[in-house]
Structure formats: C-alpha cells, structure tokens
Design a protein around this ligand. Structure first.
Ligand SMILES: [Zn+2]
Length: 270
C-alpha cells in the first residue's frame, strides 16, 4: 500500500520555471493514470491498494483531481478555505512568479546576499521560511517587497496557479472528488499555538461542511510537516497526513505520503 501526493498538473508545462514547481505535466499524469494496473481506492489508509491525495486549492490541483476521476481513480483533494473564499493566490505562487520575473542577478535579503542564478533555490528556501510563518495578508505584502528587491517585470499569474472558486469545487464534488481539509490558509502550523491550530482545523472543517456540504474527516498538514505539534496532531482529525520519503503509518491515525511529481517530471523530460 502506498499513499501518493500530487499538487496538480498543467497542460502548458515548462520545466525549469519556478511557477511549475511541484506541478506535473498534464500529458505525463494522464499516461500514468491510464497505465496503472489497479485504480487508486477510496477508504481509510489502512488496507490494501494505493491512495491518491492532491493538496492545495489551485486550478492545477483541481485539474489533476478531475483527470484522476476521468481515468477511474478515487482521489482526495485537500483545500484551504481562505484562498477559495477570497480568490487570493497562495504566497508561494506569487513568490514563484516573482522569481521567474526577476531582473536582478543577486539580492540582499535578511542580512545575506543571495546569487539568483545557481543559488536561486537557496534564496527561495530563505524567503519561504519567512513567508510560511506569516498570515496570508502579511505574506502577500512581504512578497510584494521581495518583488521590489528583485526588480520584477510585470507578470500575470499563470492560470494553473490561480485559485479554485467555490463553484469549481462544487463541480469537483459532483465528479466524485473527495474534498478534505488542508487548514484555513496554508500558514505553517509551527507558527500557531496548539489552541489556534485546533480552531484552524475545526473551523476549516465546518467551512467545508457549510460551503460544499462535505464531511471532511481527514487533514493534510500545510507543508507536510511539524516539529512543534508532533505529539498532538493525531487529535486534529480522524486521519492526518504528513509528507515523507516513504508512505507509512507514523502514529495511531497519522500517515506519511510520497510526492510522485518528480517521477512524472522525469518521465516527461526523458
Ligand atoms: Zn499544500
């Protein structure tokens, strides 16, 4: 049994661009889904047969979930309420678009100088560490400051990185996609107190019930990991998912998943 993770797919996929990070080429995903000998299944992680999960409320994620259904697979889509409610993009989508539109070769940020050629991933990690702990509003304005540091050219956010609307999520529900809980806004849970985290997960579950009429019993951690809340995450939902190098059970109801996007990108590049 394996639990697989995707973050979506895009038709006009271009490797090497930051905006396609964690996004699979649509053609590679379609071939993969059609060629699987047994379909991804529904039901709890315990038991035989593989499970497919997709994270985030992006069009890319919705597109991959719809493709999975077309190819006869069960799929769970973990969404954030804030992005759907406001239509605002994720800070990481804005950051990726900024990096692609940069017009500087190096940047001074947080007291360090970063090379934006070979070292771009190092800068991205440093910026992401700051941004992921911020509220969505603060993260968006901080990305705007980063855009100024990078002297960004004007950019429009690619369609696949835009946010799913409530109407689009309802269409996915009609297609048989299981919608689950990814937290209110994708803020790093290590920046939240225990009580704030409990409220965040409970309020998102209630929001999913009220807006989509779904009973979300599963929760996938934003960024797939926690240090601070390791001992209490099992209390947050009936099934809780992390991201790991393997897929396995790491607590009573806590499971790790394997990201399969790199493999799909390798196939596309070959
Ligand atoms: Zn996510």
């Amino acid at each position: 049994m394996a639990i697989h993770l995707l973050h979506g797919c895009a038709r006009e996929w271009a490797g090497g661009q930051q905006i396609f990070r964690n996004i699979a080429p649509e053609a590679a995903l379609r071939s993969y889904l059609r060629a699987r000998s047994s379909p991804y299944r529904a039901g709890p992680p315990s038991g035989p047969g593989d499970i497919l999960t997709i994270d985030d409320s992006t069009r890319a994620a919705g597109h991959a979930a719809a493709l999975a259904r077309e190819c006869g697979h069960h799929v769970r889509l973990f969404v954030n309420a804030h992005q759907v409610e406001t239509g605002e993009p994720y800070f990481f989508s804005l950051l990726n678009a900024c990096l692609d539109a940069r017009r500087e070769a190096r940047v001074s940020y947080g007291g360090e100088v970063y090379d934006l050629g070979q070292g771009i991933d190092v800068f991205r990690r440093a910026a992401k560490a700051v941004l992921s702990a911020l509220t969505p509003e603060a993260a968006c304005s901080h990305v705007a400051e980063i855009g100024e540091l990078l002297n960004c050219s004007a950019y429009a956010l690619e369609e696949h990185a835009q946010t799913l609307s409530r109407r689009e999520l309802l269409n996915l529900v009609d297609m048989g996609v299981t919608i689950e809980n990814h937290g209110r806004s994708h803020q790093d849970i290590d920046s939240l107190d225990d009580d704030v985290l409990r409220r965040d997960v409970a309020q998102t579950r209630d929001w999913l019930g009220a807006q989509l009429n779904v009973h979300a019993m599963e929760y996938a951690l934003p960024f797939g990991r926690t240090v601070r809340h390791r001992s209490m995450i099992g209390e947050l939902a009936e099934i809780v998912y992390l991201v790991g190098p393997t897929s396995s059970q790491v607590g009573r109801n806590v499971w790790t998943r394997i990201e399969i996007t790199p493999e799909l990108c390798r196939v596309a590049a070959a």
